[in-house]
Ligand binder design. Sequence first.
Ligand code: IMP
Ligand code: MG
Length: 332
Amino acid sequence: MPCAVVAGGFWGDEGKGKIISYLALKDGLDVCVRTGSVNAAHTIWFEGKRYALHMVPGGFVNGSCRLLIGAGANVHVAQFLKEVAETGVGGRIGVDSQASVIEEKHSSQDKASEFLKGLGTTGWGVGPAVEERVRRTAKVARDVPELKRYLADVAVETNEALDSGKTVLLEGTQGLFLSLFHGSYPFVTSRDTSASAICSEAGVGPTRVDEVILVFKSFVTRVGTGPLPGEISKDEAVKRGWFETAAGTGRDRRSAPFSFELGRKAAAINGATQLAVTKLDCVFPECSGVRVFEDLSVEAKQFIDRVEVETKVPVCFVGTGPDALDLIDRRK
Ligand code: IMP
Ligand code: MG
């Protein structure tokens, strides 16, 4: 799998961090490029410790993986430096010199806007930072002295890695229905979150991509406002074991049953070649920790089969618990 893109199929928080960390270890990932911005937190369990990463790519769990932040990303300098220290990756992380910088003023503008408050943004200021980029007045990474030692040409480096046969993963953030173009506008984030946009932010052309891995959770969650088909109450979510709070902001996540209709649309727009379905154990508790497909319950197997039939894409990864290895890998 020389070049894979990992994208979210719903409203983010599908468990991309878990899938990325598994692939980083299992497939001996050489390069992991993060896109998006600080508003997204990827939760990763590694060596008994939980990380909620807003900046550092999930491939950090593999000590020999080069970590990059693409030109289309937005860098929050303080958060970046904090996570670099926490994960100890200072010697192997690079930031594209043209990645935008998200500043404190952007967060203040985000929080002061009644309109953005109405959308339930994360408050990090990503929308105002992107506005500045579009006006061509944004600061970029090369303008920030603290980032000097990390500067890289991510697009060139990533394409050269592919030329020399290395394994590259392009790490998406959020999910298709938060896409500025394809999501539930205006209740969306400030960028396109689809696989094509992930490639564009990293600087990798579509012909170079071998696999698009689309990640679904076994139920749907969303934070912030906007439509959520089939939404259930918080009490019901707690009863079903689906209640979650956001890794980044701590807000309650709203929840709904898995939607095949949304799944079909997300698979199509992302051009998915492989699916991951995470948290199967939250819907089918008897599947907790199962690592062999045949050992899943009949109902769970029927659910996975139906996901494949409806989306016409194979479910290659099934998550059955929080540990990176609580996962069924069905790739041939
Ligand atoms: P913003 O991206 O902070 O502007 O927020 C816009 C919308 O996207 C809000 O509904 C947020 O809750 C949502 N959002 C942004 N990032 C994430 C994420 O990583 N996971 C889930 N929702 C997110
Ligand atoms: Mg998240």
